[in-house]
Design a protein around this ligand. Structure first.
Ligand code: NAD
Length: 289
């Protein structure tokens, strides 16, 4: 495998594609925002002018796009234009049903498609330390492991098509809920005039410990360095968290799941996303409580 097409060269794709080019693959890129492609010339990423052009003569095509509607259109356009049999990997975060439908549609064209959303944000994309949550068929996942290893530090096969997206939504819903809990806890501790470093010391090693408090405490100078120490620069913005929670709420109604806290989290992060703190890191939810 030598020829890779990368579609969607925004905050994430522009960084992920560079790891592949540096490893010696022939990488071509396409984005509707042409100036993003110019930035990648220096990394030996060839500019293609259209989806139909980038679909030809590839061994692998990766998509990293904003939403399910766009992924659906782009994957269908790729399949209408391929000249051989590339594997497709969609790393975007999208709804589970679109992923499942695209897997079936690709299969009917004898093409393997993996849904492989990521966690780790732009820093993970830059450093090649993303986590990939992958759905599809295991044989294709195993074949693509060397590719995941170049862009990430962990990749997990989660099950049949759509399982990668479903896993990502479950993880981010839990993250959102725990971050709100941490915000409420530290706000109440402030009202008790507690020393927040002492509270951190206790909570981070007691039964209240969780990733949101231990690694991402939303209080300046408390716990390890986090966005709170940098004016809540993302990180992972409230807008992206709101997007993922909307997908989770949608998925919950389709699967008849009771997610009372997940729904409340979606309301809170959507309100934040639509306000002045929308571009801030999601941990700034503590200011909205
Ligand atoms: P982004 O908006 O920066 O990049 C998306 C790119 O896709 C843009 O450059 C846009 O011009 C391009 N695009 C849109 N429509 C296109 C089309 N039809 N053809 C070709 N290119 C097209 O978004 P991002 O932050 O890079 O995120 C990409 C995906 O990764 C999203 O699904 C997001 O939810 C997910 N994600 C993002 C982060 C993060 O921290 N940014 C973390 C985890 C997951």
């Amino acid at each position: 495998m030598k020829e890779i097409g990368f579609i969607g060269l925004g905050n994430m794709g522009s960084k992920m594609s560079v790891h592949l080019a540096k490893a010696g693959y022939n990488v071509s890129g396409f984005d509707i925002d042409y100036k993003l492609m110019d930035n990648l010339n220096a990394f030996n990423i060839k500019k293609e002018n259209s989806i139909s052009e980038i679909s030809k003569n590839k061994d692998l095509i990766i998509t990293m796009l904003p939403n399910g509607k766009i992924v659906n259109e782009v994957i269908r356009e790729i399949l209408a234009n391929i000249s051989n049999s590339p594997t497709l990997i969609d790393c975007s975060t999208i709804d589970v049903n679109t992923s499942k439908n695209l897997y079936e549609f690709a299969l009917s064209n004898e093409i393997s498609l993996l849904d492989a959303p990521v966690s780790g944000g732009t820093i993970g994309a830059l450093n090649g330390t993303l986590t990939f949550m992958v759905g599809g068929d295991k044989y294709t996942f195993d074949k693509m492991l060397p590719i995941f290893d170049l862009m990430g530090s962990k990749s997990v096969f989660c099950g049949t098509a759509g399982s990668g997206q479903a896993t990502k939504l479950c993880n981010n819903m839990l993250l959102a809920i725990t971050m709100i809990g941490v915000g409420e806890t530290f706000n109440m501790a402030k009202n008790f005039n507690l020393d927040l470093n002492i509270l951190y010391d206790v909570v981070s090693t007691a039964t209240g410990s969780c990733w949101s408090v231990n690694n991402y405490c939303p209080i300046e100078n408390v716990g390890p360095t986090s966005p709170a120490d940098n004016n809540f620069l993302p990180g992972f913005s409230a807008k992206l968290m709101s997007k993922d929670l909307k997908l989770a709420v949608n998925a919950a109604s389709q699967t008849n799941s009771n997610i009372a806290f997940g729904k409340k989290a979606e309301e809170m992060f959507t309100k934040m996303a639509e306000g002045i703190n929308g571009e801030k890191d999601f941990s700034a939810i503590i200011k909205e409580i």
